[in-house]
Structure formats: C-alpha cells, structure tokens
Design a protein around this ligand. Structure first.
Ligand code: ARG
Length: 575
C-alpha cells in the first residue's frame, strides 16, 4: 500500500532510521480505533537510547502536517498511531484496482527463477488416502502462489513406485490375486492381497524371503516380475489420474522412485569420491553426527537401494534438468527426519544448493466421524471424502433452491463440495492436525469454502442486476469522487483488507502457509457481508452512491476470485 510506503520513507528521512527496520515494525492495529497503521517504538529504544513514548512523540513532531492524506497521528504509550483520511484512502485503493488487467497480489518478481514443487506423491497399488490429499491440495496451492508471483513452476509427483514392498506385492499377487477383481477395481484388489501378505506373515515368516527374492528379480528386470510391476503401476496411475482430473491438477513430471533406481551407482560413486561412505553391518551409510542425526542408509547389505538414496539421486537429477532456484517437498511431518538426513548428506557432499531444498511438512488428518472408517480399516480415502461432501452439498442446494435444474444442481454441488474439502485442508496452519467435521466443512455461515463462494456469487448477482439496469459497467470512474462515498467503517474495512491482500500473499509464500492468504479473503467476505447487510447497494439514495458501492462490490469480487483461484476453489457466478 502506497500510504504505508510514504510514511516509512518520510519517517526514515526525518529520523535517519533504516526503511527496512521501520517496515518490519509497522503493523495494522487490532482495532480501527487505534488507527490504520501503527509503529511500536519499543525496539527503537535501544538504537535511539530514548524511552519508546519519547521516540513516538519526537517522530510525531517531525512528520506533523507533512502528508496531506494523513488525518491525524496519535502517541499512545510507546506507539505511534496513524489515521488516514478515509476518502483519500479509498481513492488511493480504487486508483490501484482500476489499472487495466489489474490482478491482485500478482507480480513478475519470480521471472527466470524455476521453483520445483513436489507434492501428492502417492504410492502405487495403495489407496489414495487423505494424507496424500493434504499434500496434493497444499502443494497445488503453494505452486499457484509461486506462479502468481511470476516464478516458473514445475509440478512434480514423486510416485512411490519402487522398493522392497513391490517384491511382497508380487508374491502376494501370485498367491492370491484375482484377475477379474483387478480389472474391476485395481487398487482395492492390490491392497487386499498386500494386506493379506502381512496377515499371513505371522504364521509364515518365510514369505519375507520370498518377497525379497521377487524384489531382486524386479531390480534385475526379470520379464515376468517386471511386467507385473508395470501393470500395477499403469492401473494405479489410471486410478490416480481420475482424482487429479476431478481436482483439476496436472503434473509436469511424474518420475517415480523407480526412475531413479538406476542412478544410484552414480550417487554411491559421488559419495565415495568425497569419502563419505562408511560400512556399517555390511550396509553403506553416511554419518551425520555433526548434524545430530542418525546415519543415512545409502545401500543395504544385500545391495538393494532405499528410499533415501533415491531421493538423493532425484535432487541431482532435478538440478541437472531444471537448474532449480528452489526444490520444495510438500510431505507430511513424519518424514521430517528423512528430509533432514537427505539435505545433510547433500551438504556433506558439497552440493551447492542444499539450502535451496525445502521440506514443507503438514499435520495428520483424522476423522471424528465414523463414516470415514471405511473399507480400509482406519484409512480415509479422498474419493470417499469428495463423494460424501458433494452429496451433502447437493442436499443443501436442493433444499435452498427447489426450482434449480438437475444439471445445474450437479455442477454447483461438485464445485462447492470439492471446494469445501480443499478449503478444509488449507484454512489452518499446515502443521496443525485436521479433525474432520462435516458441520464445519459445509457450514455456509462458518469459515468454509461455501461461505466464500456464496459471498462471491452474491457480488456477481449484484453486478448482474446492475448490468440489467444499464448502470454497469460504469464508464469513466473518478476514484477521488467515488472515494468520498466509501468513508464509512464497513466500506473502509473492505478497502483495508484488499489493500492488505498482497502482503498476505507474500507472507504465505515466505512461510509456505497458504492459510495466511486465505484468512485475508475470508475476512474480506465477512466484511463485505457486513457492508451488504447494513447498506443498500442498488437502491442507495443517489446515483453516485450506487456507483461507488458497485465499484466496491466489483473490487470485492475480484479479490475473492483471485484468492479462491490460488486455492484451486471454483468461484461460481450463481449458487
Ligand atoms: N510416497 C511417499 C509416501 O507416500 C511420499 C514421497 C515423498 N517425497 C519424497 N521425495 N520422498 O509416504
């Protein structure tokens, strides 16, 4: 916001303090009575060797009367509180939004920097559960945030398609597999035999060796085992693809772990060359004592490769392929230690971009509702979750709109039902566990996607009505004139939130916390609804007032649209 910048510049010029220091201190007060912006002076006390209240008073003196739009400056305790002239503030915000092709919070600051975002990464032959859904939806939004700031984004899916468990799966399939069940529902059937393998293991420990032998055959590309694995992989990908299409997500690259299996010798050679590999019980490991981490296993005693070595190979591959600026892993908290080990090995191997590899962890998903404990014991499937959400939404829509056509009901139910699930994964700090509650998720009044979508649809409907009346689009807009009609607390609250949007995008990106940006548009929806309920828009007293309020409605619409789009949630024109 330009007002903030102007205050900071003036304060810096008059006090000799660094602009960056002032910018880092400046905050939006919790209540509007305390001003539009505030500078807490406590941390300046050390630099300036004065009491905070004295610093605030001195600064006030220095800038008094210098900025025409600054209505008032108050010293309260150690704070300096700034009050903007509401009409001029409104005019400034409108001015910014009225630029042609204005896209809130976007920029090209990331141009020529390639950011790899790895997310989703499910395991083939296993159900796509809500943990992978968390990664998928969070990762997609983080990728969208980078794109919004102009970065070149490459979406990666590091499929779990390799490892000793596939030897076990081959063994299980050969023993108990059913062709027609596989054709009907591949993942369910593969999971069935895999679960059975573990059940049988107690009484038949020899199965362990059989599984290992099959994995060895797979690694050696024995035709039969390799063909089975390829089939399992293909069927799994088809099933995952349905989910991705429903979520409108597509990856630039789906190299799974298997892709890296034959690059392990290079990794071993490289680590050996650096003198990092040591033997431990026949296996090769890298010691990570200086990082306070356990040794990272690179090659097992039987020569089999493991998860971590495939990840190390993947980093080198990714850098050769894309020369990345950042390499981001959206993977659950339980794998924190794994990534610490991988990154530490890279550091020890003098890989220059080890610090540009970032693990973005998230919490666990739990169902409070028995309904989630479906076919797979306590695993919640994303498919089931989406189906349930869309069904429940359809019922609500039918109750509210008995006359809507079936087709329209289906479309809206899909967008709102899927949106509700997406938002549930994104609205809180990502490291917090999620406990599902249908009531929360589909509460049209609570902090939910339907609430935001509903507000967007309301704005759209107001604009449509204005179009029908021939008063929209408004032709020339004079922001200074329109600003005079937007000085009330409800209007100002909306303007402030929109002016703050870009900062929340930046903060969301810096911390990989989309919830920060979503909180802004959620508050915006709430602020708009307060405005809507206390003011008439289309029937306001004068033409000029109608116009100004319509502009405010359209701006709200634009910001909601942008925020929802980044989160992958459909903005519906009608609901
Ligand atoms: N497939 C793994 C799982 O389901 C996640 C993979 C995470 N990514 C990685 N590069 N290790 O647990």
């Amino acid at each position: 916001m330009q007002f903030k910048t102007e205050i900071i510049q003036l304060l810096a010029a008059e006090s000799g303090l660094e602009q960056s220091l002032l910018a880092s201190l400046m905050e939006v007060p919790p209540q509007p009575e305390l001003g539009d912006l505030a500078l807490p002076c406590f941390r300046l006390a050390k630099v300036l060797r004065k009491a905070p209240a004295q610093i605030a008073a001195d600064l006030k003196e220095k800038i008094a009367g210098r900025l025409p739009w600054l209505e008032r400056v108050d010293v309260v305790g150690g704070y300096l509180n700034f009050f903007f002239d509401p009409a001029q503030y409104a005019a400034a915000v409108l001015q910014q939004c009225m630029a042609a092709d204005y896209c809130p919070g976007s920029s090209d600051e990331g141009a020529e920097k390639t950011v790899l975002v790895e997310y989703s990464s499910p395991n083939i032959a296993k159900p796509f559960h809500v943990g992978h859904a968390f990664s998928t939806l969070l990762g997609e939004t983080i990728a969208n945030l980078y794109q919004h700031r102009g970065y070149e984004v490459i979406r990666l899916n590091h499929l779990g398609d390799y490892g000793t468990q596939f030897g076990k799966l081959i063994s299980a399939w050969k023993r108990w597999g059913n062709e027609s069940a596989l054709a009907a529902d591949p993942i369910t059937e593969l999971n069935r035999v895999y679960v059975k393998f573990y059940q049988e293991l107690d009484e038949h420990p020899e199965l362990e060796d059989e599984g290992r032998a099959y994995f060895k055959l797979l690694e050696d590309r024995a035709p039969e085992e390799y063909a089975l694995w390829e089939l399992f992989r293909k069927l799994s990908l088809e099933a995952f693809d349905k989910i991705y299409r429903r979520l409108n997500i597509s990856f630039d690259n789906m190299n799974g772990e298997s892709f890296y299996s034959d690059q392990i010798p290079e990794v071993v050679e490289l680590l050996q060359g650096k003198g990092l590999l040591v033997e431990s019980d026949g296996a090769l490991v890298v010691n990570l004592d200086e990082y306070n981490l356990n040794p990272c296993l690179i090659l097992k005693s039987d020569g089999a490769t493991i998860y971590a070595s495939r990840d190390i190979a993947a980093v080198y591959y990714r850098d050769r392929e894309w020369d990345f600026y950042r390499n981001i892993y959206v993977v659950g908290l339980p794998q924190k230690n794994h990534f610490e080990q991988v990154f530490a090995v890279l550091k020890k191997a003098d890989f220059a971009k080890a610090d540009q590899c970032i693990h973005v962890p998230f919490g666990t998903v739990r169902g409070a509702d028995a309904i989630f404990s479906t076919r797979y014991g306590n695993v919640i499937l994303l498919d089931d979750l989406l189906a349930e959400s869309v069904n429940k939404t359809r019922k609500i829509i039918l109750t509210n709109n008995p006359d809507m056509s079936g087709e329209e009901v289906d479309q809206i139910a899909e967008s709102v039902g899927v949106g509700a699930v997406r938002y549930t994964f994104l609205r809180n700090g990502r490291e917090r566990d999620i406990i599902f509650s249908w009531d929360d998720m589909l509460d049209f009044e609570g902090d939910s996607a339907p609430y935001l979508q509903y507000c967007y649809a309301r704005c759209s409907s107001i604009i449509r009505l204005a179009e029908d009346k021939g008063i929209w689009p408004p032709g020339q807009i004079d922001p200074v004139q329109a600003g005079q009609y937007l000085t009330g607390p409800e209007e100002q609250a909306i303007l402030k939130l929109t002016a703050d949007f870009e900062d929340t995008v930046l903060e969301a990106l810096a911390t990989h916390e989309p919830s920060i940006m979503l909180r802004n548009i959620s508050q915006l929806a709430r602020a708009f609804n307060r405005f809507y309920h206390s003011h008439s828009i289309l029937h306001a007293e004068t033409e000029e007032l109608v116009k100004a309020r319509l502009i405010l409605t359209e701006i709200t619409r634009l910001y909601l649209y942008t925020g929802l789009k980044i989160a992958g949630i459909d903005a519906l024109e009608r609901m």
